[in-house]
Design a protein around this ligand. Structure first.
Ligand code: G3H
Ligand code: 13P
Ligand code: NA
Ligand code: ZN
Length: 328
């Protein structure tokens, strides 16, 4: 059944687990997310970006996810809209049947220019008022995602603010978070704690304290009833990176957020963990490998099955690591 983000994350908080929120654009990704959830009895968050709606088309995306709900009647599914650039985007998603929307007011509608605090409060409050009236949950974002090392939002395929961000912008302020939640009534809050979108997060193997865990604790202490969200939380699996590059790919050396760091966050109030890049890498690696090893094959189902299986492996590992296995 479709459930709201608030219902799902309240359960997660009560039982001390975190939920991976996987981006999906097509049937194979939805298959992998659902097959993994069914295998370990986990609830599901599927999120769709503006890019996903553009790629699949809104009715296709909606029906693929409704098909998942029909095929797996015992698994609770939250259908979440990722990074809404302005209230109108969120309102369209609510109309389309999403049970949760993210109003990303940390950036202006161009999704590149950092917004003022007042603008963020204003647009997020507007979305909350309408969404809550119809039982839809709201995620807001305070602070700008980016590397504490470089001040950049992301390299190459990353998305987010343009230019170098200040230390203040890169870490969500706990007092501001408390004021923001009071004024906007969001159910979940994405916080900036040193992660960034895309594959190119860290240039060196993370040493153990790459996230501002202390900052997560301080924010959680101020807003204990608001579920914290970590964006840019792919772990950038080194085995898939190697497979991609040994079968014709050319990705640079790069590192992501270690699963153990995410588990540390979950101990301190993180309930939703956004993952897109890891599934992209598993899919690409599996398809490159399959086609290289089976040069006579031309039935797309063959390499798409390899892709689905690879993505399912990542999904299942995260369900288990974040403690949501057995919670459906
Ligand atoms: O936040 C970004 C997500 O990874 C979605 O990416 O906009 O390319 O679909 P996308
Ligand atoms: P990754 O690029 O680390 O997978 O993050 C995805 C994300 O935050 C989507 O909102
Ligand atoms: Na989101
Ligand atoms: Zn994000």
């Amino acid at each position: 059944a479709l459930i709201s983000l608030r219902q799902l994350l309240d359960h997660a908080a009560e039982h001390g687990y975190g939920m991976p929120a996987y981006n999906a654009n097509n049937m194979e990704q939805v298959h992998s997310i659902m097959e993994a959830a069914a295998a370990v009895d986990s609830p599901v968050i599927i999120q769709a970006s503006a890019g996903a709606r553009k790629y699949a088309g809104e009715p296709f995306l909606r029906h693929i996810i409704l098909a998942a709900v029909e095929q797996y009647p015992d698994i609770p599914v939250c259908l979440h809209q990722d990074h809404g650039a302005e209230p109108a985007v969120c309102f369209r998603s609510i109309q389309s049947g999403f049970t949760s929307v993210m109003m990303d007011g940390s950036l202006m509608p161009d999704m590149k220019t950092p917004a003022t605090y007042e603008y963020n409060v204003d647009v997020t409050r507007k979305v909350s008022e309408l969404a809550h009236a119809v039982g839809v949950s709201v995620e807001g974002e305070l602070g700008c995602l980016g590397s504490l090392e470089t001040g950049m939002a992301g390299e190459e395929d990353g998305s987010g603010a343009e230019g170098v961000l200040s230390h203040d912008q890169l870490l969500t302020d706990p007092d501001e978070a408390a004021d923001f939640v009071k004024k906007t009534a969001v159910d979940a809050l994405a916080i900036a704690i040193g992660t960034s979108h895309g594959a190119y997060k860290f240039t060196r193997p993370p040493t153990g304290d790459i996230l501002a865990i202390q900052r997560i604790k301080e924010i959680h202490a101020r807003i204990p009833d608001t579920h914290l969200v970590m964006h840019g939380s792919s772990s950038v699996p080194q085995d898939w990176l190697e497979i991609i590059n040994s079968f014709g790919g050319d990705m640079g050396q790069t590192y992501g957020v270690p699963v153990e760091e995410i588990q540390e966050g979950i101990k301190h109030g993180v309930r939703k963990v956004n993952i897109d890049t890891d599934l992209r890498m598993a899919s690409t690696g599996a398809i490159r490998k399959f086609l290289a090893e089976n040069p006579k094959e031309f039935d797309p189902r063959k390499f798409l099955i390899a892709s689905t299986k690879a993505m399912k492996g990542i999904c299942q590992a995260r369900y288990e690591a974040f403690g949501c296995a057995g919670m459906a």
